[in-house]
Design a protein around this ligand. Structure first.
Ligand SMILES: NC(=O)c1ccc[n+]([C@@H]2O[C@H](COP(=O)([O-])OP(=O)(O)OC[C@H]3O[C@@H](n4cnc5c(N)ncnc54)[C@H](O)[C@@H]3O)[C@@H](O)[C@H]2O)c1
Ligand SMILES: O=C[C@H](O)CS(=O)(=O)O
Length: 479
C-alpha cells in the first residue's frame, strides 16, 4: 500500500497542508512506508467543524443502516485480512501472525458493534409511585452523545481504533480519530473501509498529526462531547486536565501481575505467561510484566519458563517463522535497555536476554528486581518480565496490588477458594483464572482501576459510555 491511500482518499477528509508530513517508517529497518499529513491546529479546527455536522447525520441514521454498514465493513476487512495484516505489521511492531490475529479481532469488533446497535434500549418507568402522579407514564432511552474525539496508541493500530469507531457508529455518533503518528495507516484504512461500506462522509474522520498539537485542539473543542483516549498515563492525565466538562473514557497503562501457586498446571502456566509477556514484543497494555510464583514451584517454573523463552525466534516481522519483532522505535528499545541496566545495577539478576540490536530487544527475564527501580514500579512496555518468589497467596496478592496500576491480573491455581480470594482482593479491572493477564475478548468489559484508566471499553460497554440517558414523562390528559 503506497501513497495512493493518502492522495486518493477524500471522503474521510485527510487533513494536512502540502508541506507538512509525517513519515511512517517500518521500525525494523527504518524504511519509509509512506507519509501522511501532519495537520495543523487550524486544520483540526476545520475537521472538527465538519465532524460536528457529521454528528447530525449520524444521529439520523436508522439502526438498520448502521448495522448494515458495520457488517459490510467487517466483510470487506475479512476479505482483505492480509492487506490489513501487512499494514499493521509494517507500520508497527507486530509479526505477521500477530497482525493477522488483530485484523480478525477487528472483524469481530465491528460485527459486535453491528449487533449491539439493535440493543441500545431503555425501560418504561412507573411514574405513579406517589399520590398525584397517577396520570403520568414514561420511559428512558439512550441517545448518542454527538461528536466523539478519539485518540489512539501505536500498538494495536487497527483493533483499538475499531473499538472506538465501531461502538460510536453503532450508537449514532460521529467520531473524529487522531491515531498515533507512529502507526496511522491502519486507522486511515479502517475509516476508508467504513466509507466504502456506505458510512456517510463526516461521520468517521481521521486526522493525522502530532498528539500534543492537534490532540490538544481536539480535546479542548466544546463541540466534542466525549474524549475516548487509549494511551499512556502521562498523556491521559494531560488530556483529563484539558478536556473540561466532557465524558471521558481513559484506557491507560499497566504493569500486569500473574500469580502462580504451587498447585498450578506448570506447562499451562508457563505457556500462557511466556506468550503474555512477549506478545507484540511486550508492547501490550495487558502484557505480563510481573510473575509471582509460590516457592514450592518456583525452580521448576523458572526452568520451564526459560526453556520456552530460548525457543523464541526474533527477526523479520513478515516471516511466518518469526515469534517476536522489534519495538516501535530504536528509542524505545534504548529506553528498555536503560531500565534493565538500572535494575541489574541495583541488584537484579539476568536469567535471559538483555541484548539490544537496533529496535530489537531480546526477550528478557529477570529476578530479584529491587523495588526502587523503574522496572518494578512503572510499565516497561517492552519484552521484559520479572520473576518473583512468594511464600503464599497472601504475599502474592499483596505484591500484585503494590502497583499504581490495576488493569488485569492472572492467577494459576486449581483451588477455587483461592481463585475467589484473588477475584475479591485483586485491585484490577479484570482477573483471569488459569489464564494470563493479557487474555481478552472484544465483547467483555475492558478497563482498569487506579492509574490504569476510567470507564470501560468492550463493545457493549463502550456504547454505554458513548450514549446519554434521556427520560421522558407523559402527563396523560383527563377526559
Ligand atoms: N488500556 C488500554 O486499553 C491500552 C491499550 C493500548 C495501549 N495502552 C497504553 O498506551 C501506551 C502505549 O501507546 P503510545 O506510546 O502510543 O501512548 P501515548 O500516550 O504516547 O500516545 C497515545 C496517543 O495519544 C497521543 N498523545 C500523546 N500526547 C498527547 C497529548 N498531550 N494530548 C493529546 N494527545 C496526545 C499520541 O499522539 C497518540 O495518538 C502504553 O502506556 C499502553 O499501556 C493502553
Ligand atoms: O494493549 C492493550 C490492548 O488493549 C490489549 S488487546 O490487544 O486489546 O488484547
Amino acid at each position: 500500500m503506497g501513497l495512493e491511500i493518502v492522495n486518493q482518499w477524500r471522503g474521510n477528509k485527510i487533513w494536512g497542508r502540502e508541506k507538512r508530513w509525517i513519515d511512517v517508517r517500518d521500525p525494523q529497518d527504518n524504511s519509509l512506508i509512506e507519509s501522511v499529513p501532519a495537520a495543523s491546529a487550524e486544520e483540526m479546527h476545520q475537521a472538527l467543524e465538519e465532524a460536528a455536522a457529521g454528528a447530525g447525520i449520524a444521529a439520523n441514521m436508522a439502526v438498520h443502516e448502521r448495522m448494515a454498514i458495520l457488517h459490510r465493513a467487517a466483510d470487506l476487512i475479512q476479505e482483505r485480512t492480509e492487506t490489513f495484516a501487512v499494514t499493521i505489521a509494517r507500520e508497527g511492531s507486530k509479526t505477521i501472525r500477530e497482525a493477522r490475529k488483530e485484523a480478525r479481532r477487528c472483524v469481530d469488533t465491528l460485527r459486535l458493534s453491528a449487533e449491539e446497535a439493535r440493543r441500545i434500549n431503555g425501560e418504561t418507568i412507573s411514574f405513579d409511585q406517589s399520590p398525584g402522579s397517577e396520570n403520568r407514564m414514561g420511559y428512558y432511552g439512550r441517545f448518542p452523545v454527538g461528536l466523539i474525539g478519539a485518540i489512539t496508541p501505536f500498538n494495536d493500530p487497527l483493533n483499538l481504533v475499531a473499538h472506538k469507531a465501531g461502538p460510536a457508529v453503532a450508537a449514532g455518533n460521529a467520531i473524529l480519530i487522531k491515531p498515533s503518528s507512529l502507526t496511522p495507516l491502519s486507522a486511515l484504512l479502517l475509516a476508508k473501509t467504513l466509507e466504502e461500506a456506505g458510512l456517510p462522509s463526516g461521520v468517521c474522520t481521521v486526522v493525522t498529526g502530532h498528539g500534543s498539537e492537534v490532540g490538544d485542539v481536539l480535546v479542548r473543542d466544546p463541540a466534542v462531547r466525549m474524549i475516548s483516549f487509549t494511551g499512556g498515563v502521562e498523556a491521559g492525565e494531560a488530556i483529563t486536565r484539558k478536556a473540561g466538562l466532557k465524558k471521558l473514557s481513559m484506557e491507560l497503562g499497566s504493569n500486569s501481575p500473574v500469580i502462580v501457586l504451587d498447585d498450578a498446571d506448570l506447562e499451562e502456566a508457563v505457556a500462557s505467561t511466556v506468550s503474555g509477556a512477549f506478545w507484540a514484543a511486550g508492547q501490550n497494555c495487558l502484557g505480563v510484566q510481573r510473575v509471582y510464583v509460590q516457592s514450592g514451584l518456583f525452580d521448576a517454573f523458572a526452568e520451564a519458563f526459560l526453556r520456552r523463552v530460548r525457543t523464541y525466534r526474533i527477526g523479520d516481522k513478515l516471516s511466518e517463522e518469526t515469534d517476536m519483532g522489534p519495538l516501535i522505535t530504536e528509542g524505545e528499545a534504548l529506553r528498555v535497555e536503560r531500565w534493565v541496566d538500572e535494575a541489574l545495577h541495583k541488584g537484579a539478576r539476568l536469567l535471559a536476554g538483555g541484548k539490544r540490536d537496533g529496535a530489537f530487544y531480546a526477550p528478557t527475564v529477570l529476578m530479584d528486581v529491587p523495588d526502587h527501580c523503574q522496572l518494578a514500579r512503572e510499565e516497561i512496555f517492552g519484552p521484559v518480565v520479572s520473576l518473583y518468589r512468594v511464600k503464599d497467596l497472601d504475599e502474592g496478592i499483596r505484591e500484585a496490588n503494590r502497583s499504581p496500576y490495576g488493569l488485569q491480573a492472572g492467577i494459576f491455581t486449581r483451588d477455587l477458594e483461592k481463585s475467589f480470594r484473588m477475584i475479591r482482593e485483586a485491585r484490577v479491572g479484570g482477573v483471569m483464572v488459569n489464564d494470563s493477564s493479557d487474555y481478552r475478548i472484544d465483547a467483555m468489559p475492558f478497563g482498569g482501576t487506579k492509574m490504569s484508566g476510567l470507564g470501560r471499553e468492550g463493545v457493549r460497554f463502550a456504547i454505554e459510555e458513548m450514549t446519554e440517558t434521556k427520560v421522558v414523562c407523559f402527563r396523560l390528559r383527563r377526559h
